[in-house]
Each structure stands twice: as structure tokens, then as C-alpha cells.
Design a protein around this ligand. Structure first.
Ligand code: TA6
Length: 280
């Protein structure tokens, strides 16, 4: 008989007082922090961790947790003038990574285990009224995260996933568009490769990326299937940037890559953005 459950737990890894939910579907499990609605762990089988959490991650003092799948919304990166008309001080990657979300609906069956977390945001600096954001996390033989907001307004979003790698030099992401915005050099590269590898600071926005991507590393293959996106962001801070980030260790950059499913257009529209992870 397949064992399925959704349970509350206090703490995950070194974050001992963090309110979390644990999903179990047979031998697969996932842990979600209610702070930021941030998936922190996905194990398709026991001890086989897909995601990466910084050993120096913090969640107090309005700090965003470094690792797992941060939810970036309603802007990506620094807030542009469209999202920040009064030019006030606003956090990188939006407002919801550092807020407590509410637990909404929960389902548990042989088809999968699913929980929806919700947050109402009524202090958007560019939009009158309240916007309700939902994150639905479904665990079965894969893990699917679906972020949605019915408000018709300008809204960017990203599922900013940190994936554990055991050998950065052999890690690669494919297939990617040959052209991308290189944020490190702030140039558009036109004749790039359809593959991203990691041998220096990497911060790239690939517009109109494919729905099916693969994170490949020695002996391991992760399928990343994305929907509702218009871009994929690939990031590794490398050593110098890691040394300047208080919630990374000097060698942290060797342990993860970020492959982020993003919706970056600022058209007036509702949002549905999903990322499905499956180790094959
Ligand atoms: O997605 C890549 C990126 O935008 C990088 O430029 C870097 O800022 C990274 O996100 C982490 O941002 P954070 O606000 O979580 O430190």
C-alpha cells in the first residue's frame, strides 16, 4: 500500500524553528517552508536530494532563505521603475520570499500528494488593491510547482531553483537558445551554444526557452519541464561573488547551479507558471 501524507514539522536542516510542511508519497518526499512558500527539499527516493540549501541560509531578520526554490514575485531582480514608481527601497526578487504564507487546500491520494499555499499582498507599490498569489506543490513520481495569480496586472515571476551538483565541472543544462543576455558582462550573446556549462560566474537570461530542459551531470539526469514561462535564467555566482554573500560559504558555488523558470514580460496579464522536476 502506497504511504502518502502531509504533515506539519518545525525545522528543516539547521533552520530549527522554521515552520514547514512535509509531503510523503511512497519513498518520495518534499519539504516546504511556510516562510516564503519555499520548497527546501525534494527527494525522489530517500537520501537522494535534488535541491541545494546553503548551510549558512537564514530566515530571521527579513532574510530570504538561500536555496531550495525561492518564489520571486511580482518582479525579478531589482524592481524596475514600472514596479517602483516612487523609487523607494525594495528587495531584490519581489516581496513574498520573506513573508509567511497560509496553508490552503491539501489533497492526498494514490495519484499524488498536493498542497496549496496562499498569500494576499495589498501593499504593491504599483497596483491598487489586493493580489492573491498561490503556490501549488504536487508530489508523485515527480515534483511540480505551480505559481498563479489571477490579478490582471504587470507581474514578473520566477521559480528560482537551486539544484545540488556533485561535480560542477561536469554539469550542463540543455537545450538552450543560442542567444542569451549575459548579465555578468551586460551584453547579448548571439552565437552561443545550446548548452550551458559552468567555468566562471554565470548569470544568463535565455528568452523563449524550451518547455523541456535537462540538467545533466555525471551519472545523474534531471528533467525540468516548464510551462507559462517566457525565459529561463541560469546562474552560478562562482567564487568571488560567493565570497561576498554572507549566506554562502567560499566553496558553495561548487555545490549548486540555479535553473530558473521565469515569466519576465511586464504585460498586463494573470500569471500561471510551473516547473516540473523528475530524476530519470
Ligand atoms: O537569478 C539570478 C540572480 O538574479 C542573480 O543576479 C543573483 O542576484 C541571484 O539571482 C540571487 O539573488 P538573491 O536576491 O537571492 O541574492
Amino acid at each position: 500500500m502506497l504511504q502518502t501524507s502531509i504533515s506539519q514539522q518545525t525545522g528543516f536542516a539547521h533552520l530549527s524553528d522554521l515552520p514547514c510542511l512535509k509531503l510523503q508519497y511512497g519513498t518520495a518526499s518534499a519539504v516546504i517552508s511556510l516562510y516564503g512558500a519555499q520548497v527546501l527539499s525534494y527527494q525522489p527516493t530517500a537520501e537522494n536530494e535534488v535541491l541545494w540549501l546553503s548551510p549558512k541560509a537564514q530566515w530571521h531578520n527579513q532574510q530570504a532563505i538561500r536555496g531550495g526554490v525561492p518564489v520571486c514575485w511580482p518582479w525579478f531582480g531589482p524592481a524596475s521603475a514600472m514596479f517602483n514608481p516612487q523609487n523607494i527601497s525594495l528587495p531584490n526578487h519581489g516581496l513574498v520570499r520573506t513573508k509567511l504564507w497560509q496553508v490552503g487546500s491539501q489533497q492526498s491520494s494514490a495519484a499524488g500528494v498536493s498542497v496549496t499555499l496562499t498569500i494576499a499582498v495589498d501593499d504593491l507599490p504599483y497596483f491598487q488593491g489586493s493580489a492573491k498569489l498561490q503556490l501549488c506543490v504536487t508530489l508523485n513520481d515527480s515534483l511540480t510547482l505551480t505559481l498563479s495569480c489571477d490579478s490582471v496586472m504587470p507581474q514578473q515571476a520566477a521559480l528560482h531553483s537551486y539544484f545540488a551538483v556533485n561535480n560542477l565541472s561536469s554539469a550542463l543544462v540543455r537545450p538552450l537558445p543560442a542567444s542569451y543576455h549575459d548579465k555578468v558582462r551586460d551584453v547579448v550573446v548571439d552565437n552561443g551554444s545550446a548548452v550551458a556549462t559552468f567555468n566562471a560566474e554565470t548569470d544568463r537570461i535565455y528568452h523563449q526557452s524550451a518547455a523541456q530542459l535537462w540538467l545533466e551531470q555525471a551519472e545523474q539526469l534531471l528533467s525540468l519541464c516548464q510551462r507559462g514561462h517566457d525565459a529561463t535564467v541560469v546562474w552560478n555566482p562562482w567564487q568571488e561573488k560567493s565570497s561576498k554573500m554572507s549566506d554562502l560559504q567560499l566553496d558553495s558555488y561548487q555545490q549548486f547551479v540555479c535553473v530558473e523558470t521565469a515569466h519576465l514580460t511586464t504585460d498586463n496579464q494573470a500569471l500561471t507558471l510551473s516547473q516540473q522536476l523528475k530524476r530519470t
